[in-house]
Design a protein around this ligand. Structure first.
Ligand SMILES: [Zn+2]
Length: 205
């Protein structure tokens, strides 16, 4: 059918053809996206409550595990929508990195793709300044204490990064135990960073 050729993407909700990535403008406007304040250790951030919407949750899981990097475009619009009020005060956007071995397997860093889009939408620079130095297990089935042990010392700063007096917003897809964000903020706080906050699509805490 010619429409399939012209508009190869169908809306994840109404299944209508759409030129948008993932969800058509009508359905996007109908999704009622709430934000909640989340605290991880001493650090507070914002999460879009996307796990409360079946369709949105499926989109996140497809984005994360289903090899659908194009969903970054629509999902980052949700992130931007709930994060605008903190983004305007921030200096740089920093994605949670993947270990190179996992990147090899997944082909893309989902947090990196989100951060790139949020950077475009907000006009704030993207700074991919943290690297993963330890290949940690997938955290899905771990108990909470194990998770914190698992990601401890997992991150390091890349060389030649100057974060002096910078206000940083970390971007990840889902905050689960908070261990990952906390371990990353620990590394960042050893620089002269001024403030660290975070923005995620959903919380499974
Ligand atoms: Zn639709």
């Amino acid at each position: 059918m010619i429409l399939d050729y012209l508009f190869p993407i169908r809306c994840a909700i109404c299944k209508d053809y759409t030129t948008q990535e993932g969800v058509c403008p009508d359905c996007f406007n109908q999704l009622d996206i709430h934000a909640i304040d989340v605290k991880v250790g001493d650090m507070s951030g914002i999460s879009a409550m996307l796990y409360h919407h079946d369709v949105a949750k499926r989109m996140i899981l497809n984005f994360k595990h289903g090899d659908q990097p194009h969903l970054a475009k629509i999902l980052s619009r949700f992130l931007y929508q709930v994060g605008q009020r903190i983004l305007k005060d921030m200096d740089v956007i920093i994605p949670v990195p993947l270990h190179p071995l996992r990147l090899l397997k997944r082909h893309y860093n989902q947090a990196g793709l989100l951060a790139k889009q949020v950077s475009k939408l907000s006009g704030k620079p993207l700074l991919d300044c943290v690297k993963r130095v330890k290949h940690t297990r997938m955290q899905g089935k771990d108990k909470k204490d194990e998770r914190f042990f698992n990601v401890k010392d997992a991150f390091a700063m890349k060389k030649h990064t100057d974060l002096t007096f910078k206000k940083c917003v970390l971007i990840d897809d889902v905050v689960t135990s908070g261990a990952t964000l906390l371990a990353m903020s620990h590394v960042l706080s050893q620089t002269k960073v001024q403030r660290i906050t975070f923005l995620t699509l959903a919380t499974a805490m």
